[in-house]
Design a protein around this ligand. Structure first.
Ligand SMILES: *Cc1c(COP(=O)(O)O)cnc(C)c1O
Length: 357
């Protein structure tokens, strides 16, 4: 049976991306060798990372003065890289969920952290607004898409200080104005690649300003100067990134991804709002994520939760169990999710409604 992968991460990738990676793992670039067993210093792999960096810059219209890096360690390691490299005295953070909180925890090791606002008291069911960003902060950190709670910042924000954004789960799904950011990072395993690589887009002139000594591997400038090849980079995940970036371009680029994301989200949210068996968990509709769509059984239908999960799973809906902090269901609708997948989920919800009415 055809399965639709609604898992939150690692998550769905275009079929052709998976195929190209599988083929390169058998034989890469007519070398008679696997991608897994060649040196990252071969010209064949250099061409891969060069094209991947060039495509990130092209697809996101990255302006002059920014560097694109592919590193190991996941987004969670960036929680510490960022303050290590940028926090001299004070940093501001917007607390919109578990990932934001984890970023705050690391930053506190390096200096004063101002939490400008927090959605914690409402279990992060909305994104706080009308907060003050201290003008003397070294940077302001946001999580643009809160993967666990299904909230998303749909617009670039204005800030008196450089914005640092964790875009792990919505990169390349929406047109962004990179010059409004000082640094963008994320684990690639949600919307870009398999697990194992982390992307960073950083404005070069923000670096080298902190007074603390930086370990070589933690200093972004090390990786910028060596084109992400100071040490062995995650070769296979970077190859997979390149395939996804080519795929995004072939589909019409980020504007096309954004259009599809809106279509998918609208279809599913409309059904959640219409169907008396379900209820969306995000209280402020303008904050609803286009990437992770969270819903629960309606209050008078709670006892049907396990039954619906089994019902949907039996119809090929993979990975819709909600995160334990929210419960219910989460349908992750990343770039590679075809609209047919969302239609199938909507039909499943309607079928369930008929069955019980
Ligand atoms: C998944 C996720 C992370 C953690 O990523 P790792 O690469 O596993 O460290 C951080 N932030 C957000 C928004 C995420 O969705």
């Amino acid at each position: 049976m055809k399965k639709f992968n609604f898992g939150a991460g690692p998550s769905i990738l275009p079929q052709e991306v998976i195929k190209a990676t599988a083929e390169a793992c058998l034989e890469f670039d007519n070398m008679g060798l696997s991608l897994m067993e060649i040196s990252h210093r071969t010209k064949n792999f250099q061409a891969v990372i060069d094209e991947a960096i060039a495509l990130v810059k092209e697809l996101l219209k990255v302006p002059e003065g920014y560097s694109v890096l592919f590193l190991g360690g996941g987004a969670s390691t960036q929680f510490c890289y960022v303050p290590f490299n940028l926090l001299e005295k004070k940093a501001a953070y917007l607390n919109t969920g578990v990932w934001a909180r984890k970023a705050v925890k690391e930053a506190k090791l390096f200096g004063e952290v101002v939490e400008v606002a927090s959605g914690a008291a409402a279990n992060y069911t909305y994104i706080p607004k009308n907060y003050q960003i201290p003008a003397d902060a070294d940077y302001f950190h946001i999580t643009t898409n809160n993967t666990i709670y299904g909230t998303e910042l749909h617009e670039d924000i204005d800030s008196p200080v450089p914005v640092v954004a964790d875009m792990s789960s919505d990169i390349f799904s929406r047109v962004i104005d990179v010059k409004k950011y000082g640094l963008i990072y994320g684990g690639a395993q949600k919307n870009l690649s398999m697990a194992g690589v982390t992307f960073v887009i950083v404005r070069d002139d923000l670096l080298g300003k902190v007074s603390r000594p930086l370990p070589t591997m933690i200093d972004y400038r090390t990786h910028i100067s060596k084109g992400s090849m100071f040490n062995t980079p995650p070769v296979v995940p970077i190859f997979t990134c390149l395939q996804t970036l080519r795929w995004i371009k072939s589909q019409g680029g980020v504007p096309a991804m954004e259009k599809l994301a809106k279509e998918r989200a609208e279809l599913l949210y409309n059904e959640i709002d219409r169907n008396p068996f379900f209820r969306g968990t995000v209280t402020h509709k303008e904050d609803r994520s286009f990437m992770n769509i969270c819903f629960v059984m309606a209050d008078d239908k709670k006892e049907l939760e396990d039954e619906f999960r089994e019902f949907a799973t039996a119809r090929g809906m993979h990975g819709i169990k909600g995160h334990r902090d929210v419960g219910g269901f989460r349908a992750s609708t990343y770039n590679a999710m075809p609209i047919e997948g969302v239609k199938a989920l909507v039909e499943t919800m309607q079928e369930f409604e008929r069955l019980h009415s």
